[in-house]
Design a protein around this ligand. Structure first.
Ligand code: ZN
Length: 85
């Protein structure tokens, strides 16, 4: 099962959402995922902020996103939480 590894605004429009398979447009909030394999966490792509709850089957996204993205300020987190839907 993947887990959240932080949140960020997409720096480019090239990544594809692992949940809905559509492009994550530049500037949109996305969540980075990692997958535990062979004894360590491997980068496992991105999902739209609005897709992550359904994809991970949990709404407990905000705390780990903040933990792994300490550069995000309160305003960023408010925007991110709004983007979660
Ligand atoms: Zn999506």
């Amino acid at each position: 099962m993947p887990r959240v590894n932080g949140a960020q605004r997409a720096p480019t429009g090239r990544a594809t959402c692992r949940a809905c398979r559509e492009a994550i447009e530049k500037g949109a909030w996305r969540v980075a995922l990692v997958f535990y394999e062979d004894g360590r966490y491997q980068p496992s792509g991105f999902v739209h902020a609005g897709c992550v709850s359904a994809y991970l089957e949990t709404t407990r996204i905000v705390m780990p996103a903040r933990h792994f993205s300490p550069e995000l300020g309160d305003e960023d987190m408010a925007e991110f939480e709004a983007a979660l839907g």
